[in-house]
Design a protein around this ligand. Structure first.
Ligand code: IMO
Ligand code: MG
Length: 430
């Protein structure tokens, strides 16, 4: 059984916890897109671990982790993460495999990311500043540098030189300055290449062999459906396919090998960075969600914008990912709210929309239509493990989501620690 986990909203849905939970019954856990812009948080016995590149499943002893060719990799960030885990007694040696065909995030990509944001001014995207967009741009422009290129010094030098020449990055600025030092980057990356060498492998073949052995593959999506470069509100997106299709193109596993696609959504909604967010509550209620939900970026520490669960966006996620089930996370954060609005539709120029609009401009001008649910004040869901024991109003809210979104809610997370999980149907059992 091979399963893909994707975010249904704007990222930060709690995919880290869900993947950690599902990893127990998986054999190989695979990242297929994005880079160290992702921040997947897992809390184990009170200890918080945030992973950006390494598949979350590696927190379980004995599991295999793969970083597929669809991921863009900053080798320094990868090594820092390997060391961080080692300092906590978790060794990934011999069980982490990095695709030789993955593209590298180079130092100048980070510079370009910052410069591009500065140029955009008020219409900036609010990127994580990790160089992810420029790295993917080079990949698509066919001037990118891949992990395997680091293994051959002569070849790497030629590639780096070709990249920098073709993109004009070696030219002096109008002030006559040279901002890119080829030799310095060459030396630095060659040394990093030596250090990541033990992890480099032909990962598509490793996955094919695992499938042949009937092992369970778990694909760990980063970001979310609304941040997908094709499916999201372009250009307020990330530069990769965060949706389920990316699991195939980003790893070399064919679509017929995928058995289930599970979507993860928070019981409310958040977004980091700019772009439309119709159900945003930019007031004291939003502030309360932010404080109770600790909605601060795991990668950049930025305050997340907060709002209510958006059925339109979730239904769209079901459609474009072909979801077979969903997980609702952070239900406990709604404990204590007297009213819980659910965004069930959008009004646009006096009309009720029934489908998610394609254009960011249209979405920007949509106003949410809410159905307001009574909270479960006085009762708590924190740490709950039994669906039957949830407050009636919490079940009413979840069942409304299930019906309106049109997808079964199989798992409900009720706390950041490993324990707080309600299992209505176990995803790996068909
Ligand atoms: P996880 O995997 C939330 C957002 C950024 C910005 C946009 C583009 O933790 O859910 P980028 O640096 O990717 O070019 O920025 O995408 N973004 C995320 N938001 N969670 C993430 O990852 C994100 N990764 C990127 O805030 O709006
Ligand atoms: Mg995150």
């Amino acid at each position: 059984m091979n399963l893909v986990v994707v975010g249904m909203q704007w990222g930060d849905e709690g995919k880290g916890k869900v993947v950690d939970f599902l990893s127990e019954t998986a054999d190989v856990i695979i990242r297929y897109q994005g880079g160290h812009n992702a921040g997947h948080t897992v809390v184990i016995e009170g200890q918080t671990i945030i992973l950006h590149l390494i598949p979350t499943g590696l927190l379980h002893a004995g599991k295999i982790g793969v970083i597929g060719h669809g991921v863009v990799v900053d080798p320094k960030a990868l090594l820092d993460e390997i060391e961080m885990l080692a300092s906590k007694g978790i060794s990934v040696t011999g069980r982490l495999f990095l695709s030789d065909a993955a593209h590298l995030v180079m130092p100048y990509h980070r510079t370009m990311d910052h410069e591009s944001e500065q140029r955009r001014g008020a219409s900036k995207i609010g990127t994580t500043g990790r160089g992810i967009g420029p790295a993917y741009a080079d990949k698509m422009a066919r001037v990118g540098i891949r992990v395997a290129d680091l293994l051959d010094p002569q070849h790497f030098r030629e590639k780096l030189s070709a990249n920098l020449t073709e993109t004009g990055r070696l030219l002096p600025t109008t002030a006559g300055e040279h901002t890119v030092d080829l030799q310095k980057i060459y030396d630095e990356y060659l040394a990093l290449g030596e250090r990541i060498k033990p992890y480099i492998a032909g990962t598509a073949r490793i996955l094919r062999q695992a499938i042949g052995r009937k092992q369970h593959l778990l694909f760990e999506g980063a970001q979310g459906t609304q941040l997908d470069v094709d499916m999201g509100a372009y250009p307020y997106v990330t530069s990769s396919n965060a949706t389920a299709g990316g699991a195939c193109t980003g790893t070399g596993v064919g679509p017929t090998q995928i058995d289930k696609v599970i979507g993860v959504a928070k019981a409310y909604a958040t977004r980091v960075g700019s772009g439309p967010f119709p159900s945003e509550t930019d007031n004291d209620i939003g502030e309360r969600l932010r404080t109770q939900g600790q909605e601060f970026g795991a990668t950049t520490g930025r305050s997340r914008r907060c709002g209510w669960f958006d059925v339109m966006a979730a239904r769209y996620a079901v459609d474009v990912n072909g979801l077979t089930a969903m997980v609702v996370t952070k239900l406990d954060i709604l404990d204590g709210f007297s009213e819980i609005p659910l965004c069930t539709g959008y009004q646009y120029k006096g009309q009720l929309l029934t489908e998610m609009p394609t254009s960011a401009n249209v979405l920007q001008h949509c106003t949410p239509v809410y159905q307001v649910f009574d909270g479960w004040r006085g009762q708590t869901t924190a740490g709950a493990t039994s669906y039957g024991k949830l407050p009636d109003n919490a079940r009413r809210y979840l069942e409304a989501i299930e019906t309106r979104v049109g997808c079964p809610v199989d798992l409900i997370s009720t706390g950041s620690d490993r324990g707080g999980m309600i299992i209505r149907r176990a995803p790996f059992v068909s």
